[in-house]
Design a protein around this ligand. Structure first.
Ligand SMILES: CC(C)(COP(=O)(O)OP(=O)(O)OC[C@H]1O[C@@H](n2cnc3c(N)ncnc32)[C@H](O)[C@@H]1OP(=O)(O)O)[C@@H](O)C(=O)NCCC(=O)NCCS
Length: 328
């Protein structure tokens, strides 16, 4: 069974409410129509109703049972503005909030924050920053998590790996890398994997010396302490590893014979956003892996970001993943 099959099975009958703020995008509208025909997710589309109807008739889509909210005219607007001003605690006036909630991502994120929806998927027509900033400001991270991060599920035939952080944090300290390792392990568990987390570098177990290597080695120790403190007995974290030592048993035997991971890692924590973002795209474009994500971890409610080059299948798949996250 694929990851998606497993999640769809979990979601049967749940009709999880997921906001799709980009209702006027044809890929989003097509995915919403497809998903409306399941009992996994009930999509809420944001946008101008006449524009959405015109697009649907152009595409031959039946949308009569889809829920559509127009942020410009919605009767929910004032309630969401008031809740936003309260949540931002002095960082936005009522007037600023009125203006900000014209943005579909802010409006949609407020629907999630106020419990009118369980998750949000956007980014088909917005940058990552514009998609996730409202979530960082409003939904915020769970207790014990200081930074959200973005993982990709890298899938090819029966191989499934997690890569992180590939999406969010331009700068990372050892403490952040440790947190990403633990959160990625938890995500792996919640999606049915047994996490074996490799923290990556250009050095394997001290083979090279530099401040960057030292940072990853420190992060390994911090992550191991966190795992012990959180009693995550079934999680293994080790490093620092070069990628080959983390994935090829023969190389691990030579470069890191005493490591807990012997070429059998399935979760990879990259030392920087540059490495993570480049790394997942290489696996995708040269390695032929499907890259599903980025799936954001560590938030109080799930919000996920599409790529602007996404297909309608990507919108469908990420909606399923987001709905599954909301059940955790
Ligand atoms: C994530 C990102 C959008 C943050 O945006 P930003 O406007 O620079 O963020 P700011 O520093 O102004 O912070 C805005 C709020 O988000 C919070 N925040 C920022 N980064 C955060 C993180 N990683 N986790 C949790 N909260 C975060 C801040 O604490 C702040 O909260 P506050 O307003 O309540 O005090 C930005 O770091 C970014 O663009 N990252 C790269 C994204 C990208 O292009 N990825 C590659 C493509 S997938």
């Amino acid at each position: 069974m694929t990851l998606l099959d497993v999640l769809q099975e979990k979601l049967t009958g749940k009709n999880v409410k997921i906001v799709l703020p980009e209702g006027e995008d044809d890929r989003v509208l097509e995915a919403a129509t497809q998903i409306q025909g399941t009992d996994y997710v009930s999509p809420i589309l944001l946008g101008n109703e006449s524009n959405i109807k015109a697009l649907a008739s152009e595409k031959g889509l039946e949308i009569s049972s889809l829920e559509i909210i127009d942020p410009e005219t919605s009767e929910l607007k004032q309630e969401l503005v008031t809740a936003f001003v309260e949540r931002r605690k002095g960082k936005a006036t009522e007037e600023q909030a009125q203006e900000m909630l014209k943005d579909v991502n802010y409006f949609g994120t407020m629907l999630v924050y106020t419990g009118k929806a369980e998750g949000l998927v956007s980014g088909a027509a917005h940058s990552t920053g514009d998609t996730v900033r409202p979530a960082l400001q409003i939904i915020k991270t769970k207790p014990g998590v200081s930074k959200t991060s973005g993982i990709f599920f890298m899938i090819k035939d029966d191989q499934q790996y997690i890569f992180g952080d590939c999406a969010i944090n331009p700068t990372l300290e050892a403490q952040d890398l440790a947190e990403i390792a633990v959160e990625s392990a938890k995500s792996a568990k919640s999606f049915g994997m047994s996490p074996r987390v490799a923290m990556l570098s250009f050095s394997t177990k001290g083979s090279a010396k530099s401040d960057d290597v030292e940072k990853v080695a420190t992060a390994v120790n911090l992550a191991q302490e966190k795992i012990e403190a959180d009693q995550l007995e079934d999680v293994v974290v080790d490093g620092e590893f070069q990628f080959d030592a983390a994935i090829v048993p023969e190389v691990a035997k030579k470069k890191a014979p005493d490591a807990k991971i012997q070429g059998d890692a399935n979760v990879f924590v990259f030392p920087s956003l540059e490495a993570g973002n480049i790394g997942y795209k290489i696996a995708q474009r040269l390695g032929g892996f499907d890259a599903v994500g980025p799936v954001l971890q560590g938030l109080n409610s799930p919000v996920n970001d599409l790529s602007r080059g996404c297909s309608k299948e990507d919108v469908y798949n990420l909606s399923i993943i987001t709905a599954a996250q909301s059940l955790q």
